[in-house]
Design a protein around this ligand. Structure first.
Ligand code: 25A
Ligand code: L14
Length: 341
């Protein structure tokens, strides 16, 4: 198989994880181009024992490229993805640019891989919080039907990219050194030793864009617009790994034991749920791992059809790079990449 691959935004937190993921999964590419802004030209990154130089992203970057993994932000995708499609590449886009376009599939392979069949050159990768949640709740929806979701997230700074990781570490170091006023460049308030109920921009309805992504993307992936969803998305001073407290109200009753049984067989999910031994997932536990971890599964004492659960995954893996590479693998398996048709 002769696959020429390009990563758009290769120097960012997600792009770097894509590079590692392609290498770890022995992805069948014969060439790999690393595309970023002019700022990064001159940098080189190792891939399969060789150093690959970063190239400036231009509309001409996609000549001969079969597959593009894009993660340079929504505005960059809006500008450059059409050029990639015109050049004949299939694009897996990590940004919010195309996710809600009706004829663009939004895919988490464990849940709705079949949606790939209808693609027209672009496949959207969901928001990180949505991706890990649907892996864990998809099986419940199929079994008993989900009526309503009430979500609170605890999201790490790496979701915002490398600059936010750097800011969190710098502020923490300066505060420990006794400095009182630390500079806030990425977030409007200090993130070190703090919690911010604010991810992405605020919208007219009082929700943030991140919260509304969870509402709309979850319905699109589960192919059910009747699910009632509300979310509060919160930034916490964690470097990597998003956590979510999710209250699931189902149409038919399901017990906590049945949920544990169902999820222990679900693809991409690992149940870590033995509170007596203090066994529950944490973001540090999820770091560098592929699965989505679920614990604290219990019946909601306020609702006979309610389940409470705690869902944790590495946002740079399942939330971004891994899911994108899994989509590409599924495209190959289903012969949906033009180059292998
Ligand atoms: O718009 P969205 O979709 O909401 O996404 C917003 C951000 O979320 C991340 C990603 O950040 C994105 O910028 N992201 C996207 N999808 C995600 C997902 N599914 C996601 N996070 C989680 N889950 P990121 O840091 O991971 O990646 C940014 C990458 O994009 C490249 N890039 C930016 N503008 C570009 C561009 N590439 C081409 N053309 C453009 N116009 C960016 O490359 C990076 O690879 P870079 O070369 O611009 O930056 C590399 C390094 O340079 C430093 N730096 C950044 N900005 C500045 C800077 N230095 C000086 N001045 C600056 N203004 C940084 O150190 C950076 O690491
Ligand atoms: O929409 O800052 O995929 O954590 C996900 C991470 C938007 C920003 C997306 C963050 C991005 C978000």
């Amino acid at each position: 198989m002769q696959l020429n691959v390009a990563i758009m935004g290769a120097t960012g937190a997600v792009g770097q994880e894509m590079l590692r993921t392609l290498e770890m999964r022995h992805f069948p590419c014969t060439s790999l181009r690393l595309l970023a802004s002019e700022r990064s030209v001159g940098k080189k990154f190792p891939f399969r024992g060789r150093l690959i130089p970063v190239e400036k992203l231009t509309p001409e970057s996609f000549k001969g490229v079969d597959l593009v993994l894009a993660s340079a932000g929504a505005s960059v995708s809006r500008e450059f993805v059409p050029h990639a499609v015109k050049a004949g590449a299939v694009v897996v886009d990590n940004t919010s640019a195309f996710r809600m376009e009706p004829d663009i599939p939004l895919v988490v392979p464990e849940v709705n891989a079949h949606a790939l069949e209808k693609h027209k050159g672009i496949i959207a990768n969901p928001n990180c919080s949505t991706a890990q949640m649907v892996v864990a709740i998809g099986p419940i929806h199929r079994a008993v039907g989900i009526k309503r979701l009430v979500i609170a997230t605890y999201q790490s700074v790496s979701g915002t990219g490398q600059k936010a990781i750097d800011e969190c570490l710098r502020q923490t170091r300066e505060l420990l050194e006794g400095k009182r006023d630390v500079e806030c460049k990425v977030y409007p308030h200090r993130i070190a030793f703090n919690v911010l109920p604010h991810i992405d921009v605020f919208l007219e309805n009082g929700y943030t864009k991140e919260e509304m992504k969870m509402v709309n993307e979850t319905r699109k992936i589960l192919e059910d617009d009747s699910i009632a969803i509300t979310a509060t998305t919160v930034r916490v001073p964690v470097l990597r790994g998003h956590s979510e407290a999710v209250n699931v109200e189902t149409h038919r009753k399901i017990t906590a034991a049945e949920v544990r049984e169902l999820l222990s067989k679900a693809p991409g999910v690992v149940v870590v749920d033995d509170p007596k031994n203090y066994d529950y997932p944490t973001p540090i536990y999820s770091e560098g791992r592929d699965e989505t971890y679920v614990g604290r599964i219990r019946e909601d004492i306020s609702n006979p059809n309610g389940i409470e659960m705690w869902i944790v995954s590495d946002n740079l893996r399942k939330g971004a790079a891994l899911n994108a590479v899994q989509i590409a693998e599924e495209l190959i398996a289903r012969k949906l990449l033009r180059a292998v048709q």
